[in-house]
Design a protein. Structure first.
Length: 394
């Protein structure tokens, strides 16, 4: 994140002696992006963050994704996925992936193991439920509508709480996920035209200290080419031993309900709804809002073909007017690939005329390289979706 924070105890001067009560030195760790040339934080550990006692292969069972071939638009019903007895990390059902990102859906009612994604940042969107997310930087609570941006290589675990399971859409990136550059000043402050700003963000407020020895951490890391590998490290001491940290790199949360929609007299394209950017993809959200107020406006989108993008839409609240009659429901994901022109369902344009408000909540991921289909997605595909534009209006 662009702005500086300081939590817990830190020495006055970086890289100087900072001693524990017994006189030993705290172990200082710089966690930084792009070598030493971008955002970073300094963390002060009670124990050496380098002390591991074992490293072993871990091989979660995953089928290889397949190409979207023959090409067609797709609809996946995430609420039909197996769920209810998993955790928020190993319970991720992979749905769509390419060399830049992977999109998954998880239903979790158990704490996850300690986990580190050493491939890239993660964006975790909470469809429903609540959890406490414990990290080396401290703990942070998440609930419905929250986006959690977890920096690459942060050690964390997700502990669901409350009576409902935690339902999340997860975007795992192969790089860094940030607010769109155009929302930020050259020094990183949110600008006035941004639909959200620093006051809307939350992050850990105090250190989290956990005692323990011989603690396992599952690491997802780079393999050959774009392959993903997993290794289980055993740390000599619990990695949640940071008494203080400061810097501009840390996990943070933004609620979709704090996104201030930008509206106009005529239809506003998705970049007006962008919330984050990643390497070769963007994340946008469609929130309840007043709609187009030109006297002849058609509030639902026009047919469009974004020739460079595969468009993924996760329908997570309200009614998505443009898709009525298509079978899309709460928890649905649509994939509108490059090579296919998509648009509102039959009759949607006419029905939307005169509307002044849309009560919809959806998260969109636009990828600039084609997405492949993972087995869990195909298991819950609505195979009729592709033909729903070839029908009479609902
Ligand atoms: Fe679209």
């Amino acid at each position: 994140m662009p702005f500086y924070r300081s939590v817990g105890q830190i020495p006055d001067k970086r890289h100087t002696q900072f001693r524990q009560d017994d006189g030993s030195l705290y172990a200082e760790e710089l966690m930084g992006q792009e070598g030493f040339s971008s955002d970073s934080s300094l963390l002060y550990h009670r124990f050496r963050p380098t002390a591991i006692s074992s490293s072993s292969e871990h091989r979660p069972e995953r089928a290889e994704p397949v190409a979207n071939h023959p090409l067609k638009p797709r609809h996946f019903r995430t609420h039909k996925l197996n769920g209810g007895s998993g955790d928020a990390v190993f319970g991720r059902n992979h749905l769509l992936s390419n060399a830049d990102c992977r999109i998954s859906y998880a239903v979790a009612d158990q704490p996850s193991p300690l986990y580190r994604n050493a491939i890239g940042d993660e964006c975790i969107y909470v469809e429903s439920g609540e959890a406490r997310v414990e990290t080396s930087f401290g703990a942070i609570d998440i609930g419905q509508g929250d986006y959690l941006i977890m920096p690459m290589s942060t050690i964390y675990r997700v502990v669901p709480k409350g009576p409902e399971p935690l339902r999340t859409l997860v975007v795992e990136s192969t790089g860094h996920i940030t607010p769109p550059k155009r929302y930020l000043s050259v020094r990183g402050q949110f600008l006035e035209h941004s639909p959200y700003c620093e006051r809307d963000l939350r992050s850990p407020a105090e250190p989290l200290l956990v005692d323990g020895e011989d603690v396992d951490v599952y690491v997802q890391h780079r393999g050959r080419g774009s392959a993903t590998l997993w290794t289980k490290f055993t740390y000599a001491h619990h990695p949640f031993d940071v008494v203080g940290w400061d810097g501009c790199l840390y996990p943070w949360v933004f609620s979709i309900h704090d996104f201030e929609p930008i509206t106009g007299r005529i239809h506003q394209p998705p970049p007006a709804h962008q919330v984050f950017q990643g390497p070769n993809f963007v994340i946008c959200n469609f929130v309840p809002r007043k709609v187009d107020y030109h006297p002849d406006a058609i509030p639902v989108p026009y047919n469009h073909h974004n020739v460079d993008s595969d468009e993924v839409m996760f329908y997570c609240g309200g009614n998505y007017e443009a898709r009525r009659g298509s079978g899309i429901e709460q928890g649905s994901i649509s994939l509108h690939p490059s090579g296919f022109t998509h648009g509102p369902q039959p009759g949607a344009a006419e029905r939307s005329i005169g509307a002044d408000h849309f009560d919809e909540l959806a998260v969109m991921v636009d990828t600039f390289r084609p997405l492949e289909l993972c087995e869990p997605a195909l298991d819950v595909e609505d195979s009729d979706y592709a033909w729903t534009w070839n029908r009479d209006p609902a």
